[in-house]
Write a protein that binds this ligand. Structure first.
Ligand code: SF4
Length: 243
């Protein structure tokens, strides 16, 4: 989407948050002129970039002191489809970007197979800083960091959230369930449809999971297209056979 179109989408989303479906033309109100909940909305960051700037020095939990780089997220700020993993790993911590390294390259390949790129979607983690030795996030860390993710969702307003891996799924949903069962369910998180599939690192460890993961990603592709108002996916036609 061109920058100007993205800006227009963000503007109208923002306008709708403030004024509902009523179209108000003319000079915007100053923060002080808006009361109650609407003022609270005005005082919050408008764009993902502003929000990243606001929280990139976060020290709300001890992981802030041990990170190399803060890992906010990457992709389109107006994405309809958002992928969420659990936390940055070694490479992510080093580069400041989620899903890089081998697991990230595999995610890029899978996205390409459903005709998407990193720039079409948004990719982030529940925790923005790396836990030591890639251990699972602690409950206290999640409690401190989850508001950051919720704010990202509030700004992006995706139509479909996909949790990558059991840890991300159970942390968001607050359930203890098997990934096998969770990937067959449709959930709602913060009012947004949510689905669950394997983390790409798990696919690297166990290639037998690639077939069920591919089934999931085809479902994700079809549902994303439906929710985004895109035409149903069609298999590309092969080269015409010689007569
Ligand atoms: S993990 Fe989250 S809460 Fe903890 S310091 Fe990093 S950004 Fe802040």
């Amino acid at each position: 989407m061109p920058d100007s179109a993205e800006q227009a989408v963000r503007y109208f989303r923002r306008h709708q948050q403030l004024y509902g479906d009523q179209l108000i033309l003319g000079e915007p109100l100053e923060s002080s002129e808006v009361s109650g909940d609407k003022k609270a909305v005005v005082d919050r960051p408008v764009t993902l970039a502003e929000y990243e700037e606001e929280i990139c020095h976060c020290q709300k939990c001890p992981l802030g002191a041990t990170r190399t780089k803060f890992v906010f997220g990457v992709g389109s700020p107006a994405a309809d489809l958002v992928f969420v993993g659990e936390a940055p790993g070694f490479e992510e911590d080093r580069q400041g970007e989620p899903f890089v390294g081998r697991a990230g390259k595999l995610l890029d390949k899978i996205l390409a197979a459903i005709e998407l790129t990193r720039q079409d979607v948004y990719i982030c983690n529940i925790l923005k800083c790396r836990p030591p030795d890639n251990r699972d996030p602690l409950a206290a860390e999640v409690e401190q960091c989850l508001p950051h993710l919720k704010e990202q969702f509030r700004i992006i307003q995706p139509k479909l959230i996909v949790a990558l891996g059991r840890v991300a799924a159970k942390t968001l949903l607050g359930v203890e369930d098997s990934l096998k069962h969770m990937r067959q369910q449709v959930y709602t998180y913060e009012g947004v449809e949510m689905r669950v599939t394997y983390h790409t690192a798990a696919l690297l460890r166990n290639p037998r999971l690639k077939a069920p993961a591919w089934e999931d990603f085809q479902t994700i592709r079809d549902r994303y297209r439906e929710l985004a108002g895109l035409p149903p996916w069609q298999k590309p036609e092969g080269p015409a056979s010689a007569g």
